[in-house]
Write a protein that binds this ligand. Sequence first.
Ligand SMILES: NC(=O)C1=CN([C@@H]2O[C@H](COP(=O)(O)OP(=O)(O)OC[C@H]3O[C@@H](n4cnc5c(N)ncnc54)[C@H](O)[C@@H]3O)[C@@H](O)[C@H]2O)C=CC1
Ligand SMILES: O=C(O)C1=N[C@H](C(=O)O)C[C@H](O)C1
Length: 248
Amino acid sequence: MIKVGVLGAKGKMGAQTCLAVEEADDCELVARLDQADELEELTKAGAQVVVDFTRPEVVMDNLEWCIEQGIHAVVGTTGFDESRLSTLRTWLEASPSTGVLIAPNFSIGAVLMMQFAAKAARYYESVEIIELHHPDKVDAPSGTARRTAELIAAARAEAGSGPIPDATTTSLDGARGADVEGIRVHGVRLRGLIAHQEVLFGDTGETLTIRHDSMARVSFMAGVLLGVRRISGTPGLTVGLEHFMDLD
Ligand SMILES: NC(=O)C1=CN([C@@H]2O[C@H](COP(=O)(O)OP(=O)(O)OC[C@H]3O[C@@H](n4cnc5c(N)ncnc54)[C@H](O)[C@@H]3O)[C@@H](O)[C@H]2O)C=CC1
Ligand SMILES: O=C(O)C1=N[C@H](C(=O)O)C[C@H](O)C1
């Protein structure tokens, strides 16, 4: 049995994760912690793996503590830029048998959408991303949209693609979205939505749209459990669930 602790257990994703862990035959939920709780509860309960769905401003402190204790971490919380990833690598060097998975999106379909977008990137002159989420989401653009833009930008750079055409010189602030590594990213916040994304590619005479929809938070749970099962055998830092999906 894998002994699992959940951080952010009272939140939308944390509560769903507690249910999924309780229902998994090979996992035992030993700790459910939220804002006012002490991290020491994790060691007292013997947690081997922690799942973190908290907030960008607290996740690094949680991870520093978990890595120091040698507790593996499966992280869905957003807010990871290159500087944070580099800090995690440094902490992990001092705890070489500990594994941390940072997954911008745990939904299998969303991971495939990102992979398909990275594959398509080299063939199109234009690309823009639209992410659409519930209005309680605190960050924009979404971690998924950022990651998608990074993957597309890397594929375009490798292919030697030029800049994306855009003759717009006059616009209201924000009208053309955010610029993530040269890719325009637009955010929609709408009651009724959960998590959705479109990647629009265009070239002369044709467009390609890749769209993914998470209609319920249960869509993330197969990925969370995959991470929980694989992380203890994967020391160091892993970014993206695709590395656990045997895609090749
Ligand atoms: N990677 C993925 O597949 C997904 C990632 N997310 C991300 O996960 C994060 C959480 O999302 P939601 O559950 O929707 O948010 P939420 O606001 O419903 O839940 C966050 C929870 O964390 C708790 N919390 C805050 N500080 C804490 C601390 N220091 N220790 C323990 N708990 C603490 C809050 O009290 C709250 O219960 C966000 O960054 C979101 O973008 C959300 C959905 C899927
Ligand atoms: O806050 C959310 O809800 C989600 N957050 C993640 C993100 O920012 O990409 C994953 C998914 O989009 C849901």
